[in-house]
Design a protein around this ligand. Sequence first.
Ligand SMILES: [Zn+2]
Length: 148
Amino acid sequence: MDIASQNLIIKRFPALYRKRLPFGFECGNGWLDILLDLSEKIEKTAIVIGISTDSEKHPYAVQVKSKFAVLSFHGENLTEEMQTLINEASDISCQTCEICGAPGRIRIHNKWYTVYCDQHAPNGSILASERLSAAKNDNRERVYQRFS
Ligand SMILES: [Zn+2]
């Protein structure tokens, strides 16, 4: 994610991102809206249960990345309800182009799993769903459960 987008998130939610992420936000700009929405929901949830943004108990992010084309958000002080919000955001992310935010599908390119819309799919990439059916016919390939 570019620096301007990263700074925008941190500026809007300074409490949630009060600890510097060692590698920044390791995903594309297309997921910016998902992260803004998720961050807002987590902070609102904290306020509802009486945890203010200046409390030590306020949640904070420790790692935000795209892992096998799914948003992975790790943090501290997260409640079960916040974890549910994170899971919902992850479900949306794996159908959202990491480049532009349009609806997309998981594709494999140079062994990397990324969500691309049709417009941003790199030449030579294949749909993970197609790879799955190919792998089903050929058991030598390891298949990740989330694609089954
Ligand atoms: Zn796109």
